[in-house]
Design a protein around this ligand. Sequence first.
Ligand code: TEU
Ligand code: CA
Length: 563
Amino acid sequence: MKRKWWHDKVAYQIYPKSFLDTNGDGIGDLRGIISKLDYLKELGIDIVWLSPIYKSPFVDQGYDISDYYKIAEEFGTMEEFDELLEEAKKRDMYIVMDLVVNHCSDQHEWFQKALADPKGEYAGYFYFIKGKDGKAPSNYRSYFGGSAWEPVPGTDKYYLHMFAKEQPDLNWENPKLRQEIYKMINWWLDKGLAGFRIDAIINIKKDLNFPSFEPDGPDGLATCVKMVEEVQGVGELLEDMKHATFEKYDAFTVAEVFNMKDDELREFIGEDGHFSTMFDFSTHELSFSEHGWYDSREVGFEEWRDTIFASQKEVEDIGFKANIIENHDEPRGASRFLPKYAQNEAGKKMLATTSILLRGIPFIYQGQEIGMTNCRRNDISEYDDISTLDQYNEALRAGCTKEKALECCYENSRDNARTPMQWSAEKNAGFSDETPWLALNPNYTEINVEEQEHRADSVLSYYRKLVALRKDPEYKETFTYGSFIPEYTDEEKIFAFRRVSETDGKELLVAANYGEEDRTLKLDRADAKVLLTNMDICEEMEKELREKQELTIPSCGAAVLLL
Ligand code: TEU
Ligand code: CA
């Protein structure tokens, strides 16, 4: 496999609105990000991905862009952005922005011009399609609920929006539109951006017949995902984009891909793939249900672990996936993937160990490194996310009580990950001097950076050690390029794997006990070195190994061994 500059990097996702507010408007900003670069550097971060900071009406929190060339005033200025690039460079860090080009905002100049002249050039930047029998062209339900079609005023046409109606889909079949997008991508890359996280990209290919599908809900609509799953040819568009942009800059691209066809992994992230890498959502998808949050599936430990293992094996000879436990669209990993008895510091460190040391590019989401958790709300009005609102109403329509519907939001809401970063136990968690745009998780008095920063056994300290271990010159080769071999799969509640380097033969064992009881594993050697544990028991473990060739892992324990 040809080596790439980003293979051995560790990435961090910033959700700018909730990272750090420096001017007292309750909204995080670029100044805040600049001021925390050293914090990220100390954590061992190389690549920083910023969720959208472009000009936007924020109907979908910035994923509705009204000007691709402007920084949202809420976040700061272009000068500040340039300063961020410069400051990152000084620290050997890379800035990656969000690329949201399946759709733009209805406030974008293109869409405004299209509405003003529905037969003109700009209408061709969107899907303006004639209705059928006085109704929408098809029965697609948008991702955020309701029809994916909205009438174009004064015409018999509708425009397509797979997400909110304020997010009209861009017409990728139009070469002019494509050129506009490529120009914009190159403009940012010319500035010194290292690459992009690429939003909802699978959706750019449409079946221009817009066939209707069998309704799959009481609203008589069918999810627009059906069309995405059936249509062929997204690859041609993605290759076109790559050749016109990323390739020329050796940019790093990480794609958000759901609903890829089964045999397309190599085309997407193989050596000459459309992207550098894509997120591994395989365990997140396990809980999805056709009907939404109110009937999410329960996922057991073994199914979860084996899904990760299968995904690791699948990608091994192809390329690298980007490993996450959470992001701005998902609930907090500590609340989702840890059983109740493990929702503590030991458990959070265990989860970190079995995620960060997988094969692939680790992505840490802001606050994950201190173990931030889901946040309970008393009323739906306390949420500020379009998808949460839709899912709440969906639950009510399906007959759930208000309590049950709120419980679904507590477990699934995107806002769980979007509450402000908890920097300290002081006023507003040190996030802002004024009331934050989204209410804090009240547990900031216990879970915050300041409290963890200098405590040797904190979650934050452990994340630092873990990332440092991954990047230690002694082990970096093995953690980056070593193969992935599942171990102890028959042992109950054990999550263990070996990483083996073909270059220098080095072998590392990562073993964690997700169970409630201590477990003892047999090893085939007595001289293994324990490099890291989440419970400060390296010496005890080495002694037991020497004496009995056994490794006892306490409940919620995790260990990394050099074999
Ligand atoms: O997400 C795309 C996507 O498929 C998710 O929106 C998913 O359907 C949703 O989170 C379920 O709750 C990307 C962004 O990550 C997301 O924040 C945006 O809302 C979306 O695109 C539209 O740009
Ligand atoms: Ca601010």
